[in-house]
Design a protein around this ligand. Structure first.
Ligand SMILES: NC(=O)c1ccc[n+]([C@@H]2O[C@H](COP(=O)([O-])OP(=O)(O)OC[C@H]3O[C@@H](n4cnc5c(N)ncnc54)[C@H](OP(=O)(O)O)[C@@H]3O)[C@@H](O)[C@H]2O)c1
Length: 288
């Protein structure tokens, strides 16, 4: 802890979608380190470890990842290099200066067959390459340090970076009809709410694995219909499609709603319903 008690926090992948909201959440009372790829490339293990050890953060929030779910099926080595081996480099650097690590993981570690919300005690069974690489990253974190939070989240949207909701909102504004899958159900999550949840876990001194998602559940179809409604477009422009019809290369869980109970017990807080997050995102519409 330095500079008048302001903690120094390293956010890896700070230029990404979640990174944007983490910056907003922590910048008021922390010194943020958000290095660019040209000085901080987690594929370069030794430099990554040295950079972290030299800058001595009090906390590392590790968001940098290979996130192209479908492309990962064609390039598994690249996905594992970033999500497993890159994570190992980040944790090794954090260990050199005794910093706890928050690793951001995914609902896709589950196979989607359970049918009721997944708790942290449910066994992961990742289906695609991206999912397997994210789970491998989790295992690396657990193996290298007890001083960790593995935060599983899902279907994120929010300000600062293109995302699914923004893409649908643009189509709504143009009055374009869309077909969207209605046979995948999950936990859409608003990045400012997620960033607040991560802060709460850290402040509570929690360690271990936590599911942090907005309350409620939705299919991609539900999420898109609500997006069209808020955009002032006719929700009947949104029609359904099956996952099989869409034919994406990577498998996705049919049901990956996450249970937030452990998070609530640790922090005394609950995350708002995803519709509240969506409405808040629309309140920022002028800055999109
Ligand atoms: N998106 C979702 O719906 C979702 C759902 C569940 C979990 N997650 C997880 O949440 C985390 C954040 O996701 P996101 O959507 O915010 O990701 P994102 O927008 O795709 O951002 C990924 C970040 O990683 C950085 N990065 C890529 N290669 C790197 C390297 N070699 N070294 C250092 N940084 C590198 C990128 O930098 P550049 O911008 O310079 O390329 C970018 O800042 C990820 O761990 C993801 O797996 C996401």
């Amino acid at each position: 802890m330095n500079q008048g008690g302001r903690p120094t926090i390293l956010v890896t992948g700070a230029s990404g979608l979640l990174g944007f909201s983490l910056q907003r959440e922590f910048e008021g009372d922390s010194r943020l380190l958000m290095p660019d790829l040209d000085v901080f490339d987690i594929l370069r293990r030794r430099e990554t470890e040295e950079w972290i050890a030299d800058h001595r953060p009090d906390l590392v929030i590790h968001c940098a990842a290979y996130t192209a779910v479908d492309k990962a099926e064609e390039e598994p080595a690249a996905a594992f290099a970033l999500n497993r081996d890159g994570t190992a480099a980040v944790v090794a650097g954090a260990n050199l200066c005794g910093a706890p690590v928050v690793y951001i993981s995914s609902d896709y570690v589950f196979d989607g067959r359970k049918g009721t919300p997944y708790t942290e005690d449910d066994p992961p069974a990742p289906q695609g390459v991206y999912a397997a690489s994210k789970f491998a990253g989790e295992e690396v974190v657990r193996g290298l340090t007890a001083d960790h939070l593995v935060v599983r989240t899902a279907w994120i949207f929010g300000p600062g970076r293109p995302n699914f909701v923004l893409a649908m909102a643009r189509r709504a504004e143009a009055g374009t009809p869309v077909r969207v899958v209605d046979d995948q159900t999950g936990s859409p999550t608003y990045t400012p709410h997620l960033a607040r949840g991560i802060r709460r876990l850290w402040k509570a001194g929690a360690r271990g694995t936590f599911h942090v998602v907005n309350s409620g559940r939705a299919s991609w179809f539900d999420l898109t219909r609500e997006t069209y409604r808020l955009a002032g477009a006719d929700p009947r422009l949104v029609s359904t499609q099956s996952t099989a019809e869409l034919g994406r290369p990577a498998p996705r869980p049919a049901f990956s709603v996450l249970d937030n109970g452990r998070y609530s017990r640790a922090t005394g807080a609950t995350l708002p319903d995803w519709r509240e997050g969506l409405a808040d995102y629309f309140s920022l519409r002028d800055s999109w």
